[in-house]
Design a protein around this ligand. Structure first.
Ligand code: OAK
Length: 838
């Protein structure tokens, strides 16, 4: 940006080093930041220094837009979306900021002229892993879309000091290593000490009379923690809007330190400090399974209380009243992790702001909406009443009051149905009372949604069916999406270039425009380039595999990939049974013809999830045998990539030929990896589960490899008595595969290592692998045939991409805006930056 420095006499126009976009200015700013921010001479600088200097150079260019966005939001009468999530898996910031600011090429050039390679600098950034998987990454895609669509929005969460653990593989087993992502500092955050809030815990409640003799309740806590906001800018793609992700860090309350220090109790002061800071110390590494630990509830309440106080404070400052809160704030609960919000909002309104219950309840219900992200019954969060009572005594009272009023209503609507009351109650009776967070979230929200069509249907018919009967109008579907900016443009630049060359660049904001690619489907030059790009992406991944796993893979083989959290319902072990089946076929008939395949896995297991860890070990054990066996002649290779993350995903999705989406039907709420693969030209082998169903609907039955039981069939079989043993007895290949695994064929010296896995399949098989094995294996044979016909495969790949427009998170966010939040875009116009005036 050109700035006219107000120098009347000389009239010199200079470009500001913090805003200028010319190559020369960027180079100067980079060098300047290296010297003044990193404190390094360029001859002594390392790659971390370069990364830091470049990040500050980029952040400077974000700040003008960010502050202008805040100004516009402050001045105008707007409604804001608040996305409350215990997880935000943002992925690396630098590359994404460059893309969204349209700065990528200039910076690449500036860095090159400074003697460096941009991709190498980008690789220095620690991947901020403040999430486990799908739910956390969805939150990040949503923030990108909200900013791109110019919606006033703010993400609220926890600034974990340690994110998701780093996974290393040792002797085939997962080993967890702490993720010290803040070790070298974080150039993307701005600490806002002035907006610190106090969060209470424990203690008791008491009733008192106000000046006019009216009774109120107050909460006398046993300790208080401070929440310090750490703000990260979230730029939209090619807009001036830069929204904020506000993450809370827990610190000891001032007066605790003060009191303890004053009385000479240094140990006590330190203990308090440690206890407080523990709250935001580490992300719980569980995906789709809750951990009923006190610290987890403390984390949830901590970030919820900080965020709601922050929202109310800002609202009061602007409007001076709270009765219109729901006109200006829409708060989305990302699963039940922030569901304590319902009680905290009631407490803030009724106790702290002395509002009448009924009005507070109206405001709460119209402000909140709840998204459910899992159907797994064991994943529904419940907290023991005694824990609740000791940590949040006032909230328990409020929950009892909400429940009492709600159940009274139910009784008038459905008299004498005691069973119904028991099912709807927020409190689960028997075997130790528990607070059901999904019931609290559903009752306290005006909208409840699932994340794919099937998932929403199953919520209505199953998990939340009684609530659906009460309030059918509350329920709606919002099929997930992913941002094409990170998952196509940033991850797959050459592919994006080809698309833009053919159909122009507006597909990145209007993903439906990818349909236009269908007009080039018969163009041989286009098809050739399509294949060449895939091949080059496969080569990049092959290089990575060689460097990290010391395995050489054939880039002409099918890259058959399953990357996601390791979970029995996702059935990585079904993939593995098929691989063992192929291997045994080779052993039995060494000359057998087979389309060469490279099976690639990646994903973390929850540290306490024994079976998931055993699956990782089994994949690596099979890899060891298969990859070393000369009889295989490179027809199949198996690779487990350690430490799957957003940034590794950016390397993997563009290199895939085949995307494995093979969960038991009815178990995967949506899936979002399936969408990333599709957009990058992979074909899917999948079940009728989650968003797979909608992907197949979009791309066409002929362009999707479908297999397996439907959700209804799964339920029916279970109801009628499923016996996995029948499949073992009647299917020779399957029997041999399981026997080999159970007998120690892949675990020499540890004969029984995989027995628990096989036993679980033979005796329970909760996820119906054996029932689906043959269908899966047959479908894989069709995949192999299809890949032989390279022209057919290319056509299918092009059609998958061309028809993937629905799965942009922009589409999802527009639906949330229209159907749930009732919010409108707000344009941010840039004012010329004038340092003299700022
Ligand atoms: C994590 C913790 C508790 C409950 C759900 C999750 C979770 O990650 N669920 C996943 O959410 C994704 C985003 O909606 C979906 O795509 C996945 O299917 C679902 O497993």
């Amino acid at each position: 940006m050109q700035t006219n420095v107000a120098n009347q006499t000389s009239n010199i126009t200079v470009e500001d080093d913090r805003t200028g976009l010319s190559i020369e200015t960027l180079k100067r700013a980079f060098a300047d930041n290296l010297f003044y921010i990193q404190g390094k001479l360029s001859i002594l600088a390392n790659f971390t220094d370069y990364y830091m200097a470049l990040s500050y150079t980029t952040r400077d260019r974000l700040l003008q837009r960010w502050l202008q966005t805040l100004k516009v939001y402050h001045e105008q009468d707007i409604k804001t979306v608040y996305y409350l999530s215990a997880e935000f898996l943002m992925g690396r910031h630098l590359g994404n900021s460059l893309i969204n600011l349209d700065l990528y090429e200039s910076i690449e050039q500036a860095v090159k002229e400074s003697g460096l390679d941009l991709t190498e600098v980008l690789e220095q950034e620690p991947d901020p892993g403040l999430g486990n998987g799908g739910l956390g990454r969805l939150a990040a895609c949503f923030l990108d879309s909200l900013a791109t669509l110019e919606i006033p929005a703010m993400g609220y969460g926890i600034r974990y000091e340690f994110g998701i653990f780093n996974q290393s593989i040792q002797h085939g087993w997962q080993v967890e290593i702490p993720d010290k992502w803040l070790k070298c500092g974080n150039p993307w955050e701005v600490v806002r000490y002035e907006s610190t809030v106090q969060v209470k815990f424990g203690g008791h409640t008491e009733v008192y009379n106000d000046d006019r003799g009216r009774p109120h309740t107050r909460w006398i806590p046993s300790f208080t923690v401070e929440g310090i906001p750490h703000d990260t800018p979230v730029p939209g793609y090619q807009t001036n809007t830069v929204n904020t992700l506000r993450l809370w860090k827990a610190e000891a309350g001032e007066d605790f330190n003060f009191q303890a220090f004053n009385s000479g109790d240094y140990d006590g002061a330190v203990a308090t400090k440690i206890k407080s800071e523990t709250i935001s110390k580490v992300l719980y590494p569980n995906d789709n399974t809750p951990q009923g630990r006190q610290l987890r509830l403390e984390q949830q309440f901590f970030f919820v209380s900080c965020s709601l106080q922050d929202i109310i404070r800002r609202h009061l400052k602007k409007y001076g009243r709270l009765d219109n809160l729901a006109d200006h704030a829409a708060v989305q609960l990302n699963d039940t992790h922030p569901a304590i919000s319902i009680a905290e909002m009631m407490r803030l309104l009724v106790d702290d702001h002395q509002m009448f219950w009924d009005e507070a309840w109206r405001i709460t219900q119209s402000t909140f909406a709840y998204t459910n992200h899992t159907l797994m019954p064991e994943a529904l969060e419940k907290w023991g009443v005694p824990l609740f009572e000791s940590l949040l005594p006032r909230h328990l009272e409020i929950i009892y009051e909400i429940n009492h009023r709600f159940l009274q209503d139910v009784q008038t609507w459905f008299p004498d149905d005691n069973e119904l009351l028991l099912r709807l109650s927020i409190i689960e009776e028997g075997g130790g009372k528990k607070v059901r967070m999904a019931n609290l979230a559903t009752i306290g929200s005006h909208a409840v949604n699932g994340v794919a069509a099937l998932h929403t249907e199953l919520l209505k018919q199953d998990v939340l069916r009684d609530f659906y009967k009460l309030w059918p109008e509350k329920f709606n579907n919002k099929t997930n999406g992913v941002t094409p900016r990170r998952w196509v443009l940033l991850a797959n630049p050459t592919f994006s270039e080809l698309i833009t060359e053919k159909i122009g660049g507006s597909w990145l904001k209007h993903l439906d425009e990818l349909r236009k690619l269908e007009t080039f489907i018969d163009d041989p030059e286009f098809r050739d380039r399509w294949r060449q790009i895939k091949q080059a992406n496969k080569q990049k991944l092959a290089d990575y595999i060689l460097a990290h796993n010391s395995v050489e893979v054939d880039v002409n083989s099918i890259f058959d990939i399953q990357v996601k959290r390791i979970h029995e319902y996702k059935r990585q072990h079904l993939d593995l049974l098929h691989i063992i089946g192929l291997y045994l076929r080779i052993k039995q008939n060494p000359n057998i013809k087979m389309t060469p395949r490279t099976f690639i896995f990646g994903g973390k297991a929850a540290p306490g999830y024994f079976m998931a860890k055993l699956i990782i070990k089994a994949i690596n054990a099979v890899a060891d045998v298969v990859n070393r066996d000369p009889d295989v002649h490179g027809r199949i290779k198996v690779v487990f990539l350690a430490n799957f993350s957003a940034s590794l995903g950016q390397l993997i999705y563009p290199a895939a030929d085949l995307s494995e989406q093979i969960s038991t039907a009815g178990k995967e709420a949506s899936g979002t990896g399936n969408m990333k693969f599709t957009m990058n030209g992979a074909l899917t082998i999948g079940t009728l589960d989650g968003a797979n169903i909608e992907i197949r609907e979009e791309v066409g039955d002929d362009n999707f490899f479908l297999f397996g039981l439907t959700a209804a069939e799964v339920e029916k079989m279970k109801y009628e008595g499923y016996n996995p043993r029948d499949y073992y007895d009647s299917n020779e290949e399957l029997r041999t595969v399981l026997d080999r695994l159970a007998m120690g064929y892949f675990s020499p010296g540890e004969k029984d290592l995989f027995k628990p896995l096989v036993d679980s399949l033979l005796h329970h098989d909760d996820y119906m692998l054996l029932a689906d094995y043959q269908a899966y294996s047959d479908c894989q044979a069709k995949v192999s045939d299809a890949y032989q016909d390279i022209e057919r495969w290319t056509t299918m790949s092009i059609l998958n991409v061309a028809r993937s427009g629905k799965f942009s998170s922009d589409r999802t966010i527009k639906e949330y805006c229209d159907d749930i939040w009732n919010v409108k875009p707000v344009k941010v116009e840039l004012e010329p930056y004038d340092p003299a005036r700022a």
